[in-house]
Design a protein around this ligand. Structure first.
Ligand SMILES: *Cc1c(COP(=O)(O)O)cnc(C)c1O
Length: 579
C-alpha cells in the first residue's frame, strides 16, 4: 500500500494496513492459484490472435467500438424515456418519421393545411387596402387612419351594447361603464408607473386595486392583513409571476434546486408556460370523474422537490372547483406552496357566496393558500391588460421583484416582468372596480348565475347532450351522450349561426362562459343548440368544413408533437401579412 508520507496518523495506521493486506492475500491466493493457469492460457490465446494487428489498429477499433456501444446505450435510453413520456404508439410514430421519405410526406400534408389557411386569410383581406409591409412614405392624415381602421374592423364582432354570442371574451356591463373606462384610458394614456415621481397618482391607484381585490379573497382588515400583491398584464402573467416567486422562495427556504410543480390536467395553459419558462418540472395529475383534482392524487405526487401545487377556483374548461381545503391539508403537511387560480372566479365567487350560493372555501381564508391570481380584465370588467397576483406574505412576494444596485443606469427596482407599463390600464381597472362596487358585482353575478343555471336545466332536456361535471360558477361545459353526435360538429353548426363557443378535449366537449352580455340570449342559445344537435344526430355528415375534422384528427393522432407542429404553423400564419 502506497500510503507514504510522514503524517503521524498514517504512520500509526501503517502496521494495520499491512496486516489487512496480508490477510486479504492469504484468503485470495488459493483461489488465484487455481485459476491462474486458465487465465494465462486464455490471455496468451487472445495475444496470439491480436499479434497480427498493429497497435494503432487496436486503439482505433477500441475507440470506435466504445463509440458504437455508447450510441446504442444512449439511443436505448432515449427510447425508454420517450416511451415513458409519450407512450409506445407515439414513440413508434416518432421513430417512423426518421425513415427518409416519411418526414417528407408529413411535411407535405402540413404544407397543404398551410396553403388552405393562407388562402383563407388572403380571401378575408380581399378588396381591402393593400397590406402594409413597410412604413407608408407619406404620413396618413388622421381621417384616413380612422377610415382604414374602420374598414379593417368590419369583420370584427362589434362591442356596442348588444348581447353577445361569444363565450367569455366580452365581460363589460353597459355602455355607461364602457364609456367611462374609455374616457379614463384616454386621460391616463401617457402615464407610466415606473416613474411614480412623475405620476404619483398611479401609486395610490395600483395599491388600491390590489387592496380592494385582496379584500374579496380573505385579505385585508377582515381577513389576513399580511396578504399583499401586484398588478400584472393579465391572468397568464399573474400565474407566471406566482410560479417564479414561489420557485425562488422555495429555493431560499428549502434549498430546492430541481423544482417540481403539481397541477391537474384541468389547470390553465399558463402553468404549462410557466414550467417551460422557469424550468420547473410539471407533474400533471388526472382529475376524478367529477373533473376535480383530488387531495390524494396530490399527496401521491409530492416529492422532496415539490415547490407548488395548483388548484383551480374554478378551472377554465368545466367551471368546476378543486377542493382547496383538502389540498391545503396536504400542502401544509409537506410545507409546499399552494396557488389557488381564481383568474376566472375571483370577481364572481365572493359575490355568489354573498348571494347564498354554497361556494366552498378557496381563498386566503384557507390556511396553506400561499398565492392567488385574479383577473380584473375578466369579471372585474376592466379593459384587457390587467390582473392581480396575491400572496399570503411579503416573504413570497419579494421574490417576484428584481433589484439592481450595480447598474450604471442608476439604482433600479422593478416589481415584475414588465419595465415600463401603461398607467392607463391601472387607472381603468381602478375605475371599473369603484364604478361597479359591491352592489354592481352582486347584481351582475346574480344575473349571470341565473343564466348559467337556466342553461344547465335546458341542456338536460336536449336529447344527446349532458352537462360535464357540476359547474359552480357561470362556465358550463356540455358533452355528447350519443355516439352519432360529434360535439365538435354541433359546435361547427353553432359557429355557422354566429356563436363562438370554446371547444375542449379530454373529454370532447364544448363550453360557454356566461358574462353580463349573455343574460338575454339563453333562450336563443338553447334553441340553437337543440336544433344543431338534432341535425347532427339525424345526419352526422351534415358539416364538412370547420373545426370538427381538426379535433377528430387530433384525438386519434398518436404523436402529439405532430399536432404541436400544426399549431406552430398556424401561429406563424397568424403573424404573417397576407400578400
Ligand atoms: C383566463 C384564465 C387564466 C389566464 O388567462 P389570461 O388570458 O392570461 O388572462 C388563468 N386561469 C383561468 C382559470 C382562466 O380562466
Amino acid at each position: 500500500m502506497g500510503l507514504g508520507g510522514s503524517h503521524p496518523w498514517l504512520q500509526q495506521a501503517q502496521p494495520h494496513l499491512q496486516r489487512w493486506q496480508a490477510q486479504a492475500s492469504s484468503i485470495l491466493s488459493p483461489h488465484w492459484a487455481r485459476y491462474q493457469p486458465f487465465f494465462e492460457d486464455q490471455t496468451a490465446w487472445v495475444d496470439s490472435q491480436l499479434a497480427q494487428y498493429r497497435p494503432w489498429q487496436l486503439v482505433l477499433v477500441t475507440v470506435l467500438a466504445s463509440f458504437v456501444l455508447y450510441s446504442c446505450l444512449s439511443t436505448f435510453a432515449s427510447l425508454v424515456s420517450s416511451i415513458q413520456d409519450a407512450g409506445v404508439k407515439a414513440t413508434f410514430f416518432r421513430w417512423l418519421k426518421k425513415i427518409p421519405g416519411v418526414q417528407y410526406f408529413v411535411d407535405k400534408e402540413l404544407g397543404k393545411y398551410q396553403k388552405k389557411i393562407r388562402d383563407g386569410f388572403k380571401k378575408a383581406a380581399e378588396g381591402g387596402e393593400t397590406p402594409l409591409v413597410s412604413l407608408p412614405v407619406q404620413n396618413l392624415p388622421a381621417s384616413s387612419v380612422r377610415a382604414r381602421l374602420r374598414e379593417k374592423a368590419k369583420g370584427d364582432v362589434q362591442i356596442a351594447e348588444q348581447d353577445s354570442l361569444v363565450s367569455g371574451t366580452l365581460y363589460m356591463a353597459g355602455k355607461e361603464h364602457q364609456d367611462l373606462l374609455n374616457e379614463v384610458y384616454a386621460s391616463y394614456a401617457h402615464t407610466n408607473p415606473l416613474h411614480t415621481d412623475v405620476f404619483p397618482s398611479l401609486r395610490t391607484l395600483e395599491a388600491e386595486v390590489i387592496a380592494m381585490t385582496a379584500s374579496l379573497v380573505g385579505g385585508g382588515a377582515s381577513g389576513n392583513p399580511e396578504v399583499c400583491g401586484a398588478m400584472t398584464s393579465g391572468g397568464s402573467e399573474s400565474i407566471l409571476t406566482a410560479v417564479k416567486a414561489s420557485r425562488d422562495y422555495m429555493a431560499e427556504k428549502k434549498g430546492i434546486k430541481h423544482p417540481e410543480m403539481i397541477i391537474a390536467v384541468s389547470a390553465h395553459a399558463a402553468f404549462f408556460k410557466a414550467a417551460e419558462y422557469f424550468k420547473v418540472k410539471l407533474v400533471v395529475v388526472p382529475v376524478g370523474k367529477d373533473h376535480r383534482m383530488s387531495a390524494s392524487s396530490v399527496k401521491r405526487a409530492i416529492t422532496r422537490n415539490t415547490i407548488l401545487v395548483v388548484a383551480s377556483s374554478p378551472g377554465f374548461p368545466h367551471g368546476v372547483m378543486d377542493p382547496v381545503e383538502d389540498i391545503a391539508k396536504v400542502t401544509r403537511r409537506y410545507g409546499v406552496c399552494l396557488h389557488s387560480d381564481a383568474c376566472l372566479g375571483g370577481f364572481v365567487l365572493p359575490f355568489a357566496r354573498k348571494l347564498g350560493h354554497p361556494i366552498p372555501p378557496f381563498d386566503f381564508s384557507v390556511p396553506g393558500v400561499t398565492s392567488m391570481s385574479i383577473d380584473t380584465h375578466k369579471f372585474g370588467m376592466a379593459h384587457k391588460g390587467t390582473s392581480v397576483v396575491l400572496y399570503s406574505s411579503r416573504d413570497i412576494r419579494k421574490h417576484q421583484f428584481t433589484q439592481i444596485t450595480e447598474w450604471s443606469g442608476g439604482l433600479y427596482i422593478s416589481p415584475g416582468f414588465a419595465g415600463s407599463r401603461s398607467g392607463a390600464l391601472i387607472a381603468t381597472a381602478w375605475a371599473s372596480l369603484v364604478h361597479m362596487g359591491e352592489e354592481g358585482y352582486l347584481r351582475v353575478t346574480q344575473e349571470m348565475l341565473a343564466a348559467a343555471k337556466k342553461f344547465q336545466r335546458g341542456v338536460a332536456n336536449i336529447q344527446g347532450l349532458r352537462v360535464v361535471g357540476q359547474p359552480e360558477m357561470c362556465v358550463v361545459a356540455f358533452e355528447s351522450t350519443h355516439r352519432s353526435v360529434d360535439i365538435y360538429k354541433v359546435n361547427d353548426l353553432m359557429t355557422q349561426r354566429g356563436w363562438h363557443l370554446n371547444a375542449l378535449q379530454f373529454p370532447a366537449a364544448v363550453h360557454i362562459c356566461f358574462t353580463a352580455r349573455h343574460v338575454n340570449v339563453v333562450d336563443q342559445l338553447l334553441k340553437d343548440l337543440q336544433e344543431c344537435t338534432e341535425r347532427v344526430r339525424k345526419d352526422p355528415k351534415c358539416v364538412k368544413d370547420g373545426m370538427a375534422p381538426m379535433y377528430g384528427m387530433a384525438a386519434v393522432m398518436p404523436d402529439r408533437r405532430m399536432i404541436g407542429d400544426f399549431l406552430t404553423m398556424y401561429q406563424e400564419e397568424l403573424m404573417t401579412v397576407s400578400v
